[in-house]
Write a protein of this length. Structure first.
Length: 238
């Protein structure tokens, strides 16, 4: 069956970032993301126990039921017809690259908005022997990840930036920072009460407000990205 719809779309956070970069930095960016419905084969949420609270069920998706239907369609295409998936993805990336060039804008893509697919694996290449990042060296790709340090060091590249998600393991996050990997921390009530004191200015001098700007490739290495706890009505930082 021929796929209809877009693979690369926007969301509230990406739109907010585009507006912030234009108004505060006078930078024109086009930022899109590949949004799957999380689950086995797409993320580790079923193993980590976080599917029930996943942000995929908030923001646009909570107000418009068609959003997650579209994400499910992408899942099905990725699983059932990878050849067509790759063809469409390549075509959309080419179109966005040309649009950015015409508009004198820069282009950034989040290939794993709600997923944790390893796009460097041969089975996930969009061209024979070439990953997303190989095919489009001028695009700034970036993701947040719950994967360990070894995964990040192995898979990040010049045009693929990975930010580690802090999940309560203080020593693990310190190790990330020591290796130049930035970490994203949600300032939950629990974190503020029990762990905030371990991530002061002496840990790193680079701190960013991730609620204002999601474009992580602009960050200094080994920085901390602060995110507010999500509200059910507005998921602006993820």
């Amino acid at each position: 069956m021929e796929y209809t719809g877009k693979l690369l779309t926007t969301n509230e956070k990406l739109e907010k970032t585009e507006k912030y970069l234009l108004s505060e930095k006078n930078e024109k960016w086009i930022i899109k993301g590949l949004q799957f419905l999380p689950g086995p084969g797409f993320c580790d949420g079923h193993l980590l126990g976080c599917l029930g609270s996943c942000l995929v069920y908030t923001g646009f998706a909570k107000r418009f039921k068609s959003v997650n239907k579209g994400r499910k369609k992408r899942n099905n295409l990725f699983i059932r017809d990878r050849k067509q998936f790759n063809k469409i993805l390549f075509k959309e990336l080419m179109a966005l690259s040309n649009r950015a060039l015409k508009q004198n804008s820069k282009l950034a893509i989040r290939p794993n908005v709600f997923s944790s697919i390893n796009w460097n694996l041969p089975e996930n290449h969009i061209k024979p022997g070439k990953s997303l990042f190989d095919c489009f060296p001028n695009i700034a790709f970036y993701d947040y990840t719950e994967k360990p340090l070894s995964y990040i060091l192995e898979n990040q590249s010049k045009n693929y930036h990975l930010t580690a998600s802090h999940k309560g393991n203080i020593k693990q996050s310190w190790e990330m920072l020591r290796n130049g990997i930035s970490i994203a921390i949600v300032k939950s009530d629990y974190f503020n009460k029990n762990q905030l004191q371990y991530f002061g200015p002496s840990i790193t001098k680079y701190h960013y407000n991730g609620d204002l700007n999601d474009l992580r490739p602009q960050d200094y290495r080994g920085s901390i990205v602060w995110l507010s706890e999500k509200q059910s009505k507005k998921a602006l930082s993820y």
